[in-house]
Design a protein around this ligand. Structure first.
Ligand SMILES: [Zn+2]
Ligand SMILES: [Zn+2]
Length: 679
């Protein structure tokens, strides 16, 4: 996954000109490189900007509460006046999933794409309420569309795991660029729509300046087997099943779903569908004629339970172990309509996308533990990839014979493997570029080079798909998940004295430190800030009380405590300091901070001139019970020794403190009681 704000912004400088001012074609992938997902590519010439695909990716571990990942589109927003249109190659989420969100942020005058992809996109755009933001135009094989002044795009039928998929031949002022999209060479396609190899060869014959080709399976030797090859294996497993058959696959694998429906019909099983995307895609694909089967093959899930198990096939989402998908919920016994039976045969007709492997195997384990027969894995021949392997990639290179070559759609090692394949076919290394998201490929009729990168990175959306999870929020969530949270309540008067002992509360923090020590440190940070930073944080505006930057005070205390915890305990919890201002003249609380030597620079003398109550201790902050047993047990000897005396004193004087506090910080006390209750 790309890092946040991966590369520096460069605006649009140098656009359309390279190599001594000669005009050039600029190709800028904003997503899809060094990853599988969020494919988004920009083509620019002169004042024209054209987009190819607008995909999304799914969050990786550590992206807490993130629902989808999109590329950073700052570059597109900055240059939106130049966007002339978009081309969609096929209907997979990593190619169309980001478009509804983009349309909320910048306008795309027209989107051309295959019928199935645009039909799926329509559903997403309706849901997002952006139907009026663009015009969708359906294309057929060999259609040529003009985008802006400088781009002519021909749609060349290819074969992939979804129906209605295209490669592109893009004619530009510097030459023809072939952009393969996702493909494999499947000579016996399930839907009878053959790869238009002739057209690809035609462009190869005329001369292709540059090939941008799918690298997903660049590490795998041989040809990717045809989709049809899984049919006999699925047939065998479904035929042998004694009870219900449950099949999971990608909803968007239209060919696979077609074959499963065909097999259900063959074996006299009615089909129940589970999962929103499964229902949506099948409805769309049947409506458009990409799947043909009788209406009465399908039975609503509530009624299918009345049929004998031997006459039932359930087709559902969850092949990637997605926590909320149907099969995952069934495996956890959380599905309202379907419970696993020991006579069930459950078929995983998909392979895990890298990153999902653990959730997939966990789902398989749970299903097996419930007693079902689970069919999964490479050896069963029940899944093939929709992406070409090395020999497919060689065939593409052979057909197009490009002058320059840029491997795309893949993680870094796949791009490297694909570039080696190119070299083995005579494309020199210096005619090949391995690029990252945000890199700019500058092409002229006789050169290829990397220009200055544009801003790239990721945008993270929460479950509503509206809220952007920015870098700071993500960091905070990671901190919460990894190290917990410490809240710190401080009472500080407007004339800069600590008026009560700070209240420290821990949630999810594992530490070997005695909780009293933490409150001692908190106290010391507050004291330090008041003694060293108050002059900068409080401005005397001539009024009764100075104008205090309370947020600044909180921030300084948080930073100080954070540094200390990192240094002394090697933990990095999220720290939230809340300051409750008290009126000027509130008597100072002088706490235990004096009882332990501070290692920070000596304060520049006392400024409060108030009562000195050294040695008197507050009651221990109510953090004890959040301490993990291990943490308490592990409290180091030196820590215990340091705090033992203050702790005893604290117990002895707790009542006195409480009584005194109630005089002048009644509100604090109430708040603490509330905190204690809520804690
Ligand atoms: Zn695809
Ligand atoms: Zn893809």
């Amino acid at each position: 996954m790309a890092s946040l704000n991966g590369t520096a912004s460069n605006g649009s400088s140098g656009r359309g000109a390279a190599n001594g001012g000669k005009p050039c074609l600029r190709v800028i992938p904003l997503g899809g490189l060094h990853e599988i997902g969020k494919n988004t590519c920009v083509f620019e010439y002169g004042d024209d900007l054209m987009l190819v695909d607008g995909g999304l990716a799914f969050p990786s571990d550590g992206m807490h509460g993130v629902n989808v990942v999109l590329p950073d589109t700052s570059y597109l927003r900055e240059n939106q006046k130049r966007i002339r249109g978009m081309i969609v190659t096929h209907g997979h989420e990593d190619h169309i999933g980001g478009i509804p969100h983009h349309l909320k942020n910048f306008s795309i005058p027209v989107i051309y794409g295959p019928r199935l992809a645009l039909s799926m996109l329509t559903g997403k755009m309706e849901e997002a309420g952006v139907m009026d933001r663009t015009v969708l135009k359906t294309v057929s094989p060999r259609d040529v569309v003009q985008i802006g002044q400088h781009f002519k795009v021909e749609f060349i039928r290819n074969t992939h795991s979804i129906a209605d998929s295209f490669s592109l031949a893009i004619t530009t002022p510097v030459g023809v660029v072939v952009f393969t999209g996702d493909f494999k060479f499947d000579h016996t396609p399930v839907d009878g729509e053959y790869f238009d190899i002739q057209r690809m060869a035609h462009y190869g014959e005329q001369g292709v300046l540059c090939l941008f080709s799918d690298s997903t399976n660049a590490e795998l030797p041989g040809f990717t087997p045809p989709e049809r090859s899984v049919f006999p294996n699925l047939d065998r497993h479904i035929g042998a099943a004694e009870g219900r058959v449950i099949v999971t696959t990608f909803a968007s694998s239209v060919h696979r779903v077609s074959m499963i429906l065909e097999l259900a019909l063959k074996h006299g099983r009615k089909v129940g569908l589970l999962g929103r995307s499964m229902l949506n895609v099948i409805a769309k694909a049947r409506e458009l004629g990409y799947m043909r089967c009788p209406d009465d093959l399908f039975v609503p899930i509530k009624q299918i339970r009345d049929l004998p198990d031997r006459e039932t096939l359930l087709l559902m989402t969850g092949s990637q172990g997605e926590p909320l998908a149907a099969l995952s919920r069934i495996s956890r016994g959380e599905h309202p309509q379907v419970q696993v039976k020991t006579s069930d045969t459950i078929i995983f007709s998909a392979s895990p996308i890298p990153g999902n492997t653990i959730s997939v195997v966990n789902t398989i384990d749970r299903l097996m533990m419930l007693g079902a027969k689970v069919v999964y894995g490479k050896g069963e021949g029940i899944h093939v990839s929709g992406h070409g392997s090395q020999e497919d990639q060689k065939l593409m290179l052979a057909l197009t014979r490009p002058k320059y070559f840029v491997p795309v759609h893949g993680e870094h090692r796949m791009l490297v493997a694909h570039s080696r394949t190119g070299q083995s076919m005579g494309i020199p290394a210096d005619h090949t570029l391995i690029i990252d998201n945000g890199d700019v490929v500058e092409l002229t009729p006789d050169s290829i080079r990397k220009g200055d990168p544009v801003k790239s990175g990721i945008e993270l959306l929460d479950a509503s798909r509206n809220g952007i999870v920015d870098a700071r929020v993500l960091k905070e969530r990671q901190q919460l998940a990894d190290d917990g949270v410490i809240t710190l309540l401080a009472v500080i008067s407007t004339d800069g004295v600590m008026a009560a002992p700070p209240r420290v509360n821990l949630r999810g923090v594992v530490t070997t430190a005695d909780p009293r020590r933490l409150s001692l440190w908190a106290e010391r940070e507050i004291t330090w800030v008041l003694e060293n930073r108050w002059n900068q944080l409080a401005r005397n505006t001539g009024g009764k009380a100075p104008d205090v930057d309370w947020v600044g005070v909180q921030r300084e205390v948080e930073l100080g405590l954070q540094r200390r915890l990192r240094r002394e305990l090697q933990v990095d919890p999220l720290i939230i300091c809340l300051v409750q201002p008290a009126p000027a003249g509130t008597p100072a609380y002088r706490g235990r901070a004096d009882a332990e030597p501070d290692t920070r620079p000596a304060p520049r003398g006392r400024r409060d001139g108030g009562r000195h109550e050294g040695g008197r201790q507050s009651q221990p902050a109510p953090v004890q019970r959040q301490q993990s047993p291990a943490g308490s047990a592990a409290a180091s000897a030196s820590t215990t020794a340091t705090v033992a005396a203050p702790a005893r004193a604290a117990a002895a004087t707790a009542a006195a403190v409480a009584a005194e506090e109630s005089e002048h910080t009644g509100r604090t006390r109430r708040r603490r009681s509330a905190a204690a209750v809520s804690g």
